[in-house]
Design a protein around this ligand. Structure first.
Ligand code: FA5
Length: 342
């Protein structure tokens, strides 16, 4: 029997000529050198060749096999290098400095207001602190002089988790941790997301933002508190805004106040945003209760301090004239784009 070594060689060279990609070379390898490849089959057919021609045929097949192997390897390497060059050229051709074709994102109005308030307080020597969103009853209530079963807990409809922890109902929940971390004297603001299981309306959301502030030192009084509140509001609104202070009860301050702002949506005439009262509750505050200082590891004989809980979401509403708080959490880009800042 005579083997078709030369034909296989010619066929291989023709197909090699057409191969370009890594996949083409892989296919060639399988077709000629694989288990059932044409060169592999030649070795199997060798047993049918006459004895005197066997040795020469064997050598020819070996030579062909080596040739096929080296040509495939060489072609595959060239194709790999060409692909690499193509990718580099493609990357180099891309202009990364080109302005984006899509619409750019923007800051949420609450973020803008938060940063403004942070900047005002930072300029007055306050540090800006971060705190968790999931906490425990101790930090949310007990450390704030609201014992278990105290009716004051009902002021905030709390979300309880299965493991007994709570979603922070107010930023005051961070007071204890921050007092313990820094001790006195202390000036800090800490913004955060709060959660309450409330029915929503034009000025109530179940998820909203507050910014807590505390200042503790020797000789801190209500005058300090009023000064800082007024400074913050005039910096944020760039105008004098009318505020009123009235007594308010919070177990963690004594005395406690409600600081209301004249509704900037209706100018004080009454509208759904201010529940027709002309005023909006914005920032309860007061002098920190001696027990809260004690729980925070601060000596109430030596130090006094004030605390406030600014409604950041409501502040954003007043600043941007947003009539309904629910717009802010709606994710409605069309509505939000009226108030966004780049
Ligand atoms: C508190 O949360 C107290 N921790 C504030 C405080 C801090 C008092 C330090 C004294 C000293 P209150 O529940 O009133 O208080 O909420 C404070 C502010 O958060 C409100 O005036 C309001 O502006 C905002 N707020 C409260 N509930 C909501 C709500 N459901 N939706 C939007 N804003 C809210």
């Amino acid at each position: 029997m005579e083997l078709d070594i030369e034909k296989i060689r010619q066929d291989f060279l023709r197909e090699l000529d057409k191969a370009a990609s890594a996949a083409d070379f892989e296919q060639l390898k399988v077709a000629y050198l694989g288990k059932k490849g044409r060169v592999t089959e030649l070795f199997k057919d060798l047993k049918n060749v006459e004895a005197q021609a066997k040795k020469a045929a064997g050598q020819q097949i070996n030579t062909l096999k080596e040739k096929v192997e080296s040509l495939i390897a060489e072609g595959a390497e060239k194709s790999r290098q060409a692909e690499e060059r193509r990718l580099v050229e493609e990357a180099e051709a891309y202009d990364f400095t080109r302005p984006a074709a899509y619409e750019q994102g923007s800051l949420h109005p609450i973020t803008v207001v938060q940063r403004e308030v942070e900047a005002v307080f930072a300029s007055m020597g306050f540090t800006i602190e971060d705190y968790v969103e999931i906490t425990d009853e101790y930090h949310c209530f007990e450390a704030l002089n609201i014992p278990k079963h105290h009716p004051a807990r009902d002021m905030q409809d709390t979300y309880f988790l299965d493991n007994g922890q709570v979603l922070k109902t107010h930023t005051s929940a961070a007071q204890n941790a921050i007092m313990r971390k820094y001790g006195a004297p202390l000036r800090a603001v800490f913004p955060g997301r709060c959660f309450r299981n409330e029915a929503t309306d034009a000025c109530h959301e179940n998820t909203f933002f507050q910014m807590e502030g505390i200042m503790i030192d020797t000789d801190i009084s209500i005058s300090n508190l009023i000064y800082f509140m007024k400074t913050m509001l005039s910096e944020v609104f760039h105008q004098e805004v009318e505020v009123r202070l009235r007594p308010g009860f919070f177990p963690f301050v004594e005395p406690g106040f409600e600081l209301d702002i004249k509704c900037l949506i209706c100018g004080g005439d009454g509208c759904p945003t201010c529940k027709q009262s002309g005023w909006l509750e914005l920032c309860p505050c007061g002098m920190i209760h001696t027990k809260v200082l004690e729980y925070g590891g601060i000596d109430p004989e030596k130090y006094t301090g004030f605390a406030f809980g600014l409604g950041l979401t409501r502040l954003a509403m007043m600043k941007y004239g947003i009539k309904d708080i629910r717009v802010l959490n709606s994710g409605n880009l069309k509505a939000m784009s009226q108030f966004t800042v780049r």
